[in-house]
Structure formats: structure tokens, C-alpha cells
Design a protein around this ligand. Structure first.
Ligand SMILES: Cc1cc2nc3c(=O)[nH]c(=O)nc-3n(C[C@H](O)[C@H](O)[C@H](O)COP(=O)(O)OP(=O)(O)OC[C@H]3O[C@@H](n4cnc5c(N)ncnc54)[C@H](O)[C@@H]3O)c2cc1C
Length: 416
């Protein structure tokens, strides 16, 4: 490696030829097409559907999907690259891409039937469809196993009733639903009168949860509240989705009845890792902006980079970003895309990286002084966007709980 400091950060991670090619595509796409529209879509709180389709054309929406369904057949490192690179410029857009390609399409790829994969994945990889994942409900978030949406078997269909909220890609605009969603709903086995169902209700036993593919156009499926005026991630569309006795064909159930919790768990690792990757992008941009500004801005007759307190913001942000990046790529190399075995590390990457990104964006605002507070200098947008990553896809508190529990169960994880 060169000692002159001209090596790109990604080179340190020894990319394969496929990763290097992807990195080149991302660099160009971000500079030419993502960056020019980012501030405007944040300001107007509009999702850029045309840019999303363009990402599909470039093969960026299906990097982990099998090639036979239009994907690139790559690994978790590639998924991390996409989420990281887009977030250096437009984390709101990156969140929409992540919700579509990881929460939705990757989940179908791992947990769906052959028929479901054939139906969904080519449309998802090309960007013809935009999809999302419906887990959170108005009264149930972290405590997801207490969800209230129900799916009742009625001959050849399940009738789904309930509400899901804060759904990324729930709509593409005020009037238009997203195309297809994975919906988690309670399916309780019909047993004898007052039998199993009543027993489960009376006990604290978790419900049987199943996963369904629900498509735009199914009767009773509609857009509810459109969440406007979000603190950040304003370029992604967040909505409530309403299910009013929606008849969903039984063949749209993914896996067996009651397998929904398993599907959630299988996808959690890649979800958390890619959300951590978004934090890396936010931090990288924050460091770049503060370094440039500290070089240019003069106070008391010299560049502010010469002040020790500014050096501290720059150096700590850089070192924390670099450490988190090494951790995230290390886990990405080891993670099984079918989701088993890296749960502890996936939670830990998100716990570390999300807080690191928020600190880096905050430091950048401080280094830029009053300009940092102004929209056109980008860092205030990054600061607002960074906060979401401490909440969505698992709150910090959920990660604390999971990590402590895993370590207590399995202290051998602390050894080499
Ligand atoms: C912009 C945005 C996009 C989103 N996109 C999606 C999406 O696409 N799909 C989807 O399904 N959801 C989505 N969400 C929802 C998100 O995942 C939830 O907001 C998150 O899981 C937290 O749930 P909650 O908001 O109901 O908070 P709650 O679970 O009610 O938590 C409130 C507070 O209590 C704490 N808490 C809860 N339980 C415990 C506990 N056992 N121990 C300690 N503290 C606890 C939480 O950590 C939090 O601080 C999105 C949210 C936002 C804001």
C-alpha cells in the first residue's frame, strides 16, 4: 500500500473484481445522479422514483438476489457497499433502496417459494416494482411478537385485517401505493371451541405469525396516514398501510403457517448490517466536509484546522468512522445471507455504527459553525438522517437487550 496516503479507503478492504466494479458504478452513480438531486428531495420531501428505476437499470437493487431472477448473485459485502455509497450523498434515498432490496426482495429470495421468487424478484431487481416490509403497527414496534394484524383462513384466501405504520416505500407519492409488501400477521390455528386460540390469548405465549405477500390492487388494501415533516430521511416515503379484510390468495403465504418469526430472524442480520453500512456513508461524508472546511476557513489569522479543538473533532470522527467501517466489513465477509450465526455481531455493528455516525455529523456541524446549521452545507441533513438509524430496524435499546442476552447465553463468544 502506498505510504503517500493516496489509497482509497475501500482498497484497504481488499475488494474482489466484482466488488471493485460495483464500487466504480456506485461512485459514478452517486456523483452524477444522486448528489445533484439530494438536497432538493429532502426539502420537498419527495421520493425520487425515476432515480430508483435508474438504480434498477444499473443493477443496484438486486445485488444479493440470485442471477437467475435478475440479481447480481453477490454477497453481503456488496449489499454493504450499496448502502454505504448511497448514504454518502442521500441517506433518505438509500433507506428506500434498503427497504426495497433488503427488507423486501432479499427476504422473498430467502424465505419465498420458487413461484414467489419468479413472480417478485425480476420485478424487484429491475425497479419495475417497489416493495417494502410491514412489521411495525401503531401500537406495536419493538415488541413485534405482540402484533395485532390478523390473517384468517377463508377457503383459498387469507383475510388480512390490521394497520401497519412507518412503512418505508408504503407509497411512492401521496396517492400511489408501493407495489408489493411482505406483511407479518397473526395466524392462529382453528382448533376446538375455546381451545388453542383462547388458551393462547389468555396466556402470554407468543402468537403464531405468518408472512404474506400483499400486492397493490388487492381489494381493501390502501394507503393510510402519509407521514410528512419527518425529522430526517425525507427523501423516502413513509406511510401507514391499511388492510381491511384483504383477501390474499393462500399461495401468497411465504413458507408454512407460523414461520413468520423465523423469516424475521433470518433477515435481521443483513438488515442490521446494511443499516450500519448507511451510518458509515453518513460518517464518511461528515468527515470529508469537516476536513475541507477546516482547511479553508480561517480565524485569528490561520486555518481553523490548526486549532486543537477542531483537530479533536476531525481526528476522533475519522478514527471512529474507520473502526466502525472495519467492523462492518469484517462482519459482512462472514455473514451468511440466509441469516444464521452472526446475530450478535449484526446487532453490535448497528449499535456502534449508528451512534458513531450521529457523533460524526454533529462534529461536522460544530466544525462548520453557523454554516453547518444551514441546509446547503449538507451536514445538517446528515445529522437529521443519522438519528433515524438509532431507531429504525431495531432501537439502540433493542440492541442492548439482544447483545446482553446473547452474551449471557453464550459467554464463549467472548473468546477467540
Ligand atoms: C423513518 C422510519 C422508517 C421506518 N420504516 C419501517 C419499515 O419499512 N417497516 C417497518 O415495519 N417499520 C419501520 N419503521 C418502524 C421502526 O422499525 C420502529 O419505529 C422501531 O422498531 C421502534 O418501534 P416503535 O416506534 O413502536 O417504538 P417502541 O417499540 O414503542 O419503543 C419506544 C421506546 O421504548 C423502548 N423500548 C421498547 N421495548 C423495550 C425494552 N424491552 N427494553 C428497553 N427499552 C424498550 C424503545 O427502545 C424506544 O426507546 C420505521 C420507522 C421510521 C421512523
Amino acid at each position: 500500500m502506498s505510504s503517500t496516503g493516496d489509497a482509497r479507503p475501500f482498497d484497504l478492504l481488499a475488494p474482489t473484481p466484482e466488488h471493485a466494479l460495483l464500487q466504480g458504478t456506485l461512485r459514478e452513480f452517486v456523483a452524477r445522479e444522486v448528489e445533484p438531486q439530494a438536497n432538493e428531495h429532502d426539502r420537498s420531501e419527495r421520493f425520487n422514483h425515476a432515480l430508483f428505476r435508474r438504480a434498477g437499470e444499473l443493477g443496484l437493487l438486486g445485488v444479493t438476489l440470485p442471477e437467475e431472477y435478475g440479481g447480481a448473485g453477490l454477497d453481503a459485502v456488496a449489499a454493504v457497499q450499496v448502502c454505504e455509497a448511497l448514504s454518502t450523498s442521500d441517506p433518505g434515498f438509500a433507506l428506500s433502496v434498503l427497504a426495497h432490496s433488503i427488507l423486501f426482495a432479499h427476504n422473498v429470495s430467502v424465505n419465498g417459494s420458487e413461484l414467489q421468487r419468479k413472480h417478485v424478484l425480476p420485478r424487484a431487481a429491475s425497479g419495475e416494482w417497489i416493495g417494502g416490509l410491514c412489521m411495525t403497527e401503531p401500537e406495536v414496534g419493538t415488541d413485534v411478537l405482540a402484533l395485532r394484524t390478523t390473517a384468517k383462513r377463508d377457503g383459498d384466501v387469507y383475510r388480512i385485517t390490521g394497520r401497519k405504520t412507518f412503512i418505508t416505500n408504503g407509497g411512492v407519492d401521496e396517492k400511489t401505493l408501493g407495489d408489493c409488501f411482505i406483511v407479518y400477521a397473526a395466524t392462529e390455528p382453528e382448533r376446538s371451541e375455546g381451545g388453542e386460540r383462547a388458551r393462547r390469548r389468555a396466556s402470554s405465549e407468543p402468537k403464531a405469525i405468518s408472512s404474506f405477500l400483499v400486492e397493490k390492487g388487492m381489494p381493501g388494501f390502501s394507503l393510510g396516514q402519509k407521514w410528512k415533516d419527518k425529522a430526517g430521511m425525507r427523501a423516502s416515503f413513509t406511510a401507514e398501510l391499511v388492510f381491511d379484510d384483504v383477501p390474499v390468495p393462500a399461495e401468497n403465504r411465504m413458507g408454512e403457517e407460523g414461520e413468520g418469526t423465523l423469516h424475521m430472524m433470518r433477515n435481521l442480520e443483513i438488515e442490521r448490517l446494511t443499516l450500519a453500512a448507511m451510518s458509515l456513508g453518513i460518517a464518511q461524508r461528515s468527515v470529508q466536509v469537516m476536513v475541507d472546511y477546516a482547511n479553508d476557513r480561517k480565524a485569528f489569522g490561520k486555518p481553523i484546522r490548526e486549532f486543537g479543538q477542531i483537530q479533536r473533532y476531525v481526528a476522533e470522527s475519522f478514527a471512529e468512522w474507520r473502526s466502525a467501517r472495519t467492523f462492518v466489513y469484517d462482519v459482512a465477509r462472514r455473514i451468511d445471507l440466509h441469516g444464521s450465526g452472526q446475530r450478535l455481531d449484526a446487532d453490535a455493528t448497528k449499535l456502534v455504527a449508528t451512534q458513531m455516525a450521529k457523533r460524526a455529523a454533529d462534529a461536522a456541524m460544530q466544525v462548520l459553525g453557523g454554516y453547518g446549521y444551514m441546509g446547503e452545507y449538507v451536514v445538517s441533513r446528515l445529522w437529521r438522517d443519522a438519528k433515524l438509524l438509532e431507531i429504525g430496524g431495531g432501537t439502540l435499546e433493542a440492541h442492548h437487550k439482544n447483545i446482553s442476552r446473547e452474551l449471557a447465553r453464550n459467554p464463549s463468544m467472548l473468546r477467540d
